[in-house]
Design a protein around this ligand. Sequence first.
Ligand code: 5AD
Length: 345
Amino acid sequence: MTDLTDRLAAGEELSDDEWRFLIEGDYEKQLLFYRADEVRRQYYGTDVYIRGLIEISSYCRNDCLYCGIRRSNANISRYRLAEEEILACCKQGYELGFRTFVLQGGEDAHHTTAWVEEIVSHIKEKYSDCAVTLSLGERPREDYEIWYQAGADRYLLRHETASRSHYGKLHPQEQTYLRRMECLRNLREIGYQTGAGFMVGSPFQRTEELIADMRFLQEFRPHMVGIGPFIPHHDTPFAGYPAGSLQRTLIMVALSRLALPKALIPATTALGTIHPQGRELALKAGANVVMPNLSPVNVRGQYSLYDNKACTGQEAAEGLAALRESVVAAGYRVAVSRGDAVQTE
Ligand code: 5AD
């Protein structure tokens, strides 16, 4: 096993059988997590970077079969934040010590190119020492360019699954794998620090799909990788499918750290949702970012991607003091900085 992890960290390609062994083989997983943690410390020491997550709209024109805010879900009440509300979140976040703001939302037709551009400019004017990350889904290349010019630094767009046939089972026909990949390539070319990522344990996912995800990461080399367990949402076609497992998700976090030693990898909210120690365990398995919720408290419950999504306690920006303590207890420390990736490839 250590031979495989060394080869992975050296950037080598592995065979199907080798990947299969790492993902589902019978070996001591603590060793894998320990190796991932060693690699993480080599580049990032004990720093954990924090991002203030502002969920700017729960309207979405997409219909992803797994997601609670899909357009077909008529059972949720939707909200959209106004610019002043977003700026108020940033103000509060800045005071708390956040130096990255992540504007995340469904693909909301009301978000015009100019509207987002203006908000990005305003945030960068007011908080020039902060990074702005956008996570607003698939848009024309031109939009990405305009927002980059306005000062946006990073963009998160999970690839969801690197298997084209699997992608087709998780999304309606009009949402295509090729389009998603094209957007990711555009973002990278424009100059964004680009984040990809996938769910673990999504319906119809086999080990083969996870191998494809790992090979995609090795090839695309995103700056950031978001990995969380699939969690069913009761108002979706996947309501009856089981959630992804903690252990399998931690394995994928650790393997991603080994494959991309310099990546920014969040301990995701979904991991914190399926297990009380999920986030801390992810930090110990190679993750180095946490993204507490900085949205206005009254809308938090409405951004319901999946059931029981955590948004209180240490998942909340106001819970930062408690989060700091648990990060320290896990053996790390929360850094007050933009927390850029160490690489500039
Ligand atoms: N379970 C876990 N993660 C989900 N996401 C959406 N729905 C779910 C779910 N049911 C993730 C997707 C998306 C991100 C914003 O949230 O990976 O990219």
